[in-house]
Design a protein around this ligand. Structure first.
Ligand SMILES: [Zn+2]
Length: 256
């Protein structure tokens, strides 16, 4: 369900059912002459919309104003809109604090921009990941007081780590395409992989007649096909079903 359309009754049911609450984090960045600047955010949004048709999922309004960087092209006339990671951090921390205050404990963010080495991180995802950690620490201290971790009741902390019982599992970050997926699908910027994917997810975001020969990174877009994009889409869906813990055709939950 789209969060902004939910009634308080449905929000309470989603909290009780521990539904995943998912935020698409992305950027507005030049993706060659043939692709929409919102590619990195739009791809995540479309995938979440598909997942939501057969799973209990809360989709937050997407966040598009990440740290795009001007590494690909300068902004003048290209459409790249960059916001520094330092500015994102307090905003993201406030958003996560708000979501924890509402009662959500199964929060996820999904990002596609600059995720080729997700473990090391890049400014946008690092800002959101650090913000998530800081929001959780502050929330726990406000709720339980200092010394909460050392308290006797936390003696099973290390056993709880792999499950939802660990508070640091309340907010998780996932790349749209993990490294395992990249082994069989081209990861690129505005090239064959991204162009194929957007053809499958949002065809109006692609105009293949505009592919430019001038830029090395978008040249491979000439080999983009709908078929490849559909393969990428299905592999992403399988990866995120697992990452978010949502099953197909889950009939139970707040919808009833
Ligand atoms: Zn991209």
């Amino acid at each position: 369900m789209r969060y902004e359309l939910m009634l308080p009754r449905e929000i309470r049911a989603a909290i009780d059912g521990n539904w995943p609450v998912v935020l698409a984090v992305g950027v507005l960045e030049y993706h060659g002459e043939h692709m929409a600047v919102g590619m990195d955010t739009l791809a995540v949004v479309r995938i979440l919309e598909i997942l939501e048709t057969d799973a209990n999922l809360v989709i937050l309004p997407p966040f598009s104003y990440g740290a795009a960087s001007y590494a690909v092209e300068p902004p003048e006339g290209t459409g790249t809109l960059h916001v520094d990671a330092e500015a994102l951090m307090p905003l993201a921390k406030a958003m996560f604090t708000g979501l924890l205050r509402i009662g959500f404990r199964n929060i996820h963010l999904v990002i596609h921009h600059q995720t080729e080495n997700f473990a090391a991180g890049m400014p946008t995802d690092l800002a959101f990941k650090l913000a998530a950690r800081q929001a959780i620490f502050a929330f726990l201290e406000a709720q339980r007081g200092e010394g909460w971790w050392g308290a006797k009741s936390m003696a099973d902390y290390y056993e709880q780590q792999s499950t939802g019982g660990d508070p640091f599992n309340w907010i998780k970050a996932h790349p749209l395409m993990p490294s395992s997926l990249m082994e069989g699908y081209p990861f690129d910027h505005a090239g064959q992989g991204e162009t194929s994917l957007l053809m499958a997810l949002l065809p109006e975001g692609v105009d293949i007649s505009r592919i430019s020969e001038d830029q090395w990174y978008s040249r491979s877009a000439r080999e983009a096909t709908l078929e490849l994009g559909l393969q990428g889409r299905d592999r992403i869906l399988a990866h995120l079903r697992k990452a978010l813990g949502v099953e197909r055709a889950n009939a139970q939950g707040a919808r009833n």
